[in-house]
Design a protein around this ligand. Structure first.
Ligand code: ADP
Length: 268
């Protein structure tokens, strides 16, 4: 059992597109419904819960009947805008089944750089949590840009979820991925790779195991998970990276069962 998780109260859960959109492009309602159930059950147990959800482009493609992403940024942003409202509609319906209210919070990276924006988003999230509402956070894809002197993109939702955790001083970030945790090497290519059950420092060796820049997983991937974990360790928060195939795994993680990889500097 993981004793360091026994005092957790404020939890951020990050789910990726792979958990929300099926291989055939349709929304994974089983997953979304399970998430709604699990997160509501946690709120009922007096946990404060924030969900960071990807999946807007996937949902947009589905609602337009498209099978692949268009190439232009303008079209992608338009599809994200369509998909975001579809996604929130679906979440609203599912959470309503359990009488749980949700709120949509769309952010750009200026919450990190501009104190007034930062204060506003922290206050909004704090108020929502006080009211027992689950904020569902995503990047505001239609306005985020990547310019030299005007950087408002988070890069990916791994960074977004770590930043949200840091801003709200969350006790725990649960990052759900398509893999059981962080391994000594990529398990897809190395059958002997071993799972790290706990990590208290991001070392050069770990960065090597994650695959450097230019790997197939250039954005997202394990390098980005480690970067997110570093941000969490910097403010003495904790993060568990685990497989999100069955979101009910969140119950076991919160109970402190040894699941996935725990990043924490509270362990020796
Ligand atoms: P998600 O989209 O769920 O956030 P990613 O596809 O970005 O996940 O990253 C998960 C993938 O990273 C795994 O499926 C695995 O193939 C790859 N990977 C590379 N190196 C490692 C490692 N050391 N440990 C675990 N997974 C790794």
């Amino acid at each position: 059992m993981r004793k360091t998780l026994s005092t957790v109260k404020r939890v951020v859960v990050k789910v990726g597109t792979s958990s929300l959109v099926l291989k055939n492009g349709k929304l994974n309602l089983k997953s979304i419904d399970q998430l709604a159930f699990v997160l509501t059950a946690l709120v009922n147990q007096d946990y404060e819960v924030i969900l960071v959800s990807s999946g807007a482009i996937g949902a947009g493609l589905q609602s337009l009947g498209l099978t692949s992403r268009p190439s232009t940024i303008a079209k992608q942003q338009a599809i994200a805008a369509i998909g975001q409202s579809e996604l929130i509609k679906t979440y609203s319906q599912r959470f309503e089944n359990y009488n749980q209210q949700i709120a949509q919070v769309l952010m750009t990276r200026d919450v990190v750089d501009f104190p007034e924006s930062r204060k506003n988003v922290i206050n909004t999230l704090d108020e929502l949590l006080k009211m027992g509402i689950i904020p569902i956070v995503n990047e505001n894809d239609s306005v985020a840009v990547e310019e030299l002197d005007h950087q408002t993109k988070f890069g990916d939702n791994d960074q977004l979820s770590a930043i949200v955790s840091q801003l709200t001083k969350a006790d725990l970030l649960i990052m759900l991925s398509d893999i059981d945790g962080f391994y000594t090497n990529n398990p897809q290519t190395d059958p002997d790779a071993k799972l790290y059950t706990q990590i208290n420092k991001i070392t050069a060796d770990l960065k090597k195991a994650a695959g450097g820049e230019g790997s197939r997983f250039g954005t997202g991937g394990m390098a980005s998970k480690l970067k997110a974990a570093q941000r969490i360790l910097d403010y003495s928060g904790q993060m568990v990276l685990a497989n999100g195939e069955e979101p009910s795994i969140i119950f076991d993680i919160i109970e402190g069962k040894t699941i996935g990889s725990l990043f924490s500097n509270k362990i020796k």
